[in-house]
Design a protein around this ligand. Structure first.
Ligand code: MOS
Length: 755
């Protein structure tokens, strides 16, 4: 795995947790800055000299070409400094025809007269003020020649073909046993189709950039989930060496998968800053965020379950059809998790995708699981009812002993414990399995549950730790914190590892000049970045211990370095001790720095490693209006060692709340005339507010996944949403008997289902 334990084979400060900082509900490191409004987000960063402001102009057709651009009025408008379109934008690195996710590639802006989707950026106006830039942008006249377009997923889904994503994504059909025969022979069957809509991330902070040049070196603050990959991709776009580009993202107001890469804001701010010789800021508007970044594509999912009367699955299938943009290959992989979840001898999973003239499809909040559990985990509820078996019991009866498709042993799997503890805490035994039996005033009340699963990944990462003459530890890492708690957990790992109070730790992240880390996404951040931090901490311990034992002025002089302990800002060997700050000030006054690295263990592929959970939801349904309220939600999760019970809980409850909106309110409607999104602001795109969410609690089981990494941690960033919406849908059915398979489950659909 890593050399982290070579030096102190018997000691792992995170596991020993002597100071009790690991697992504690520590407040957010950057919390005070955020709640006082003083954390500078990318657009708010103060550049070295006054900035100019860019406003982008977006296409108003779904497919075709730009016939003419008339920029004369814009160019003559007060304060306008430049107007660029494909006709005059500086040359950039070409976008590859088909790219793979793991190679940062050029993402040029305003490249040609072709329009591939509504909302594609076609021009930018830069002016001395934001208002003048906006006024100038309104004066750019773009004439289009529209081609015939295909934007309606449900009208075109029959044209779907096998995904053209790289084979390692494993999105193609996979069969085990003989699914058709197994399904046909099953005495009890479910065969239904679910639909999930296109969804947008709706981060609070839109994508934005502040860029300036010093000579041939670019500094750009932008809102992204990863710095190093974007440094490389931006350099390739600008056709300059990566070392001439510094990407910073100190604070990010939400990512959710939509900020893995930069967009035109970053490219155009960088290019315009160079052309104008002054800093430039460019931001997306909310409407531009909806169209011009990525979204989760709509899906149609067919689930087929075959079972014996005693509830053993004999046939299991989830087939997903989805869409992506003309030039991409992203495929919402809603069927993948099924391969790891339940036992069944005959299995079939796979995906097909249709290319449409819609904005670019991509990752959004637990891509795959978030959408896929909305079908499978409801189908399991339907099967339980048909069999007359409790939904928890049905899932327990289909619990596999090893990974159902690869046969690999589980690193640890506590799904059953999650379900059992959740059932007990929630009062599941009080549920009446017959729908429509419980009334509370005007509300019909029902309970529902669903299982949760999400993968566990570790990406290579590095970090540096420095101790200075004040005994302060500074963590430096090209990591990001997209609101998840990365700053805080890195501080906790440093404090526990070096035995200093949390107040004596500084964390610097979000800068491509810092030791590279994978950033935030796929709930891999804490495990990857944190493991590298532990390694750096251990290496710094070693350096400090050797410093003490080699320093004749230290009370620890001559003692075995391997026996030095670190606690309360004091280094000691048995009863010989001194303050860490005193040692460093005397023996290494310029401070001491150590690096750490982590990469996946050689045997990491030998295990089926996932995070698990169980959701329990109580809803009220008003059968006159069709209104649904979530009254109580409980999630019980098993996700390895938890570093911070507060930030982890926030991640999990946040995910559960997204599950509620996936079930009840969220989704973009496509306007078939323009290929635009009809609801394109936060008034029309319904995400929950405080009043929409009743009681919500997330409980984390004690767990250590010793196969995952030296700390035994996994991730919680996306687990909470997996299954949450299905539990809501199941609760609605239990409340009133309405089974709506077309998300979101809006009041009109409930009333229609009730007849
Ligand atoms: Mo995520 S949606 O894998 O950043």
């Amino acid at each position: 795995m890593t050399s982290v334990l070579e030096w102190e084979a018997t000691s792992n400060p995170v596991k020993e947790n002597r100071a009790g900082i690991i697992g504690k509900a520590v407040d957010r490191y950057e919390g005070p800055l955020k709640v006082t409004g003083t954390a500078p987000y990318a657009y708010e960063v103060t550049p070295p000299s006054p900035a100019a402001y860019g406003v982008m102009v977006s296409a108003t057709i779904a497919r075709g070409r730009i016939a003419a651009i008339d920029a004369a009025a814009a160019e003559a408008s007060p304060g306008v400094l430049l107007v660029w379109s494909h006709e005059n934008v500086p040359e950039q690195g070409p976008r590859p025809p088909l790219y793979d996710f793991f190679t940062p590639f050029p993402r040029p802006a305003l490249q040609s007269d072709r329009v591939y989707f509504f909302g594609q950026q076609v021009a930018v106006v830069v002016a001395d003020t934001l208002e003048n830039a906006q006024a100038g942008a309104d004066l750019v006249k773009v004439t289009y020649e529209a081609d015939s377009q295909a934007v309606d997923f449900h009208a075109h889904r029959h044209e779907a073909t096998e995904p053209d994503s790289p084979p390692e994504f494993q999105l193609g059909n996979r069969e085990m046993g003989d699914f058709a025969a197994g399904f046909a022979a099953a005495p009890v069957r479910i065969d239904d189709v679910w639909r999930t809509p296109l969804q947008n991330h709706c981060q609070m902070e839109p994508c934005a950039a502040t860029a300036w040049w010093e000579g041939d070196h670019l500094t750009v603050h932008c809102s992204v989930q990863t710095v190093r990959r974007n440094q490389i991709a931006l350099a390739a776009t600008l056709q300059i060496p990566p070392e001439n580009v510094r990407v910073l993202t100190r604070y990010v107001g939400g990512g959710f998968g939509g900020k893995s890469a930069f967009y035109e804001d970053t490219v155009l701010a960088s290019l315009a800053a160079r052309a104008l010789g002054r800093p430039v800021k460019v931001a997306f508007s909310r409407q531009q965020m909806m169209h011009g970044t990525i979204h989760r594509p709509a899906t149609e999912q067919r689930v087929r379950l075959g079972a014996t009367p005693d509830g053993r699955l004999t046939a299991l299938s989830l087939m997903t059809t989805t869409h992506c943009d003309r030039r991409g290959f992203f495929t919402e992989f809603s069927s993948l998790f099924v391969r790891n979840l339940y036992a069944a001898p005959n299995r079939l999973t796979g995906h097909s995708v249709v290319k449409l003239d819609l904005p670019v499809a991509g990752a959004l909040r637990a891509p795959g699981e978030a959408s896929g559990t909305l079908s499978l985990e409801v189908a399991m509820d339907e099967l339980a009812e048909k069999l007359g078996i409790d939904p928890v019991e049905l899932r327990i009866r289909n619990e596999p002993e090893a990974d159902p498709e690869t046969g690999k042993p589980f690193s640890i799997r506590q799904l059953v414990r999650c379900m059992r503890e959740g059932a007990q805490l929630f009062g599941w035994d009080k549920r009446n399995p017959k729908p429509g039996q419980v009334r509370d005033g005007r509300w019909m009340v029902g309970l529902g549950m669903a299982a949760a699963i999400r993968g566990n990944i570790l990406f290579p990462a590095s970090a540096s730790f420095t101790v200075d003459a004040d005994g302060v530890i500074t963590v430096r890492q090209g990591m990001t914190d997209i609101g998840t708690g990365a700053y805080t957990v890195l501080a906790q790992i440093a404090a526990e590892t070096l035995g200093v109070p949390l107040g004596d730790v500084r964390v610097e992240i979000g800068d491509s000049e810092l030791p590279p880390a994978p950033g935030s996404g796929g709930q891999f951040g804490a495990a990857s970045a944190g493991s590298a931090a532990l390694a750096a901490g251990m290496n710094l311990r070693k350096a400090i211990a050797e410093l003490a034992s080699n320093d004749p002025a230290s009370p620890l002089f001559g003692g075995p370095a391997g026996q030095v302990t670190f606690q309360d800002g004091v280094v000691a060997i048995a009863n010989r001790s001194e303050r860490l700050a005193d040692l460093v000030r005397r023996a290494a006054p310029d401070g001491l720095t150590a690096m750490g690295e982590v990469s996946p263990a050689a045997d990491s592929g030998d295990w089926s490693s996932h995070t698990y959970g169980a959701h329990y939801v109580e809803v009220g349904v008003d059968t006159v209006t069709g209104e649904v309220r979530t009254r109580r939600m409980l999630g019980v999760f098993a996700a390895g060692r938890i570093i911070n019970r507060k930030t982890a809980r926030s991640q999990l409850t946040g995910g559960m709340i997204w599950g509620v909106s996936s079930a009840l309110t969220e989704g973009n409607l496509v306007d078939p005339r323009y290929g635009s999104l009809i609801n394109q602001d936060l008034a029309g795109y319904m995400v929950p507010v405080q009043a929409d969410i009743g009681e919500v609690e997330a409980i984390m089981l004690d767990e250590v996944d010793d196969k995952a990494n030296p700390m035994g941690i996994k991730g919680v960033g996306e687990l909470g949403i997996s299954g949450a919406g299905a539990a809501v849908a199941n609760a609605i059915y239990n409340a009133c008997g309405a089974r709506v398979r077309d998300y979101p489950i809006t009041p009109d659909k409930i009333l229609a289902a009730l007849g």
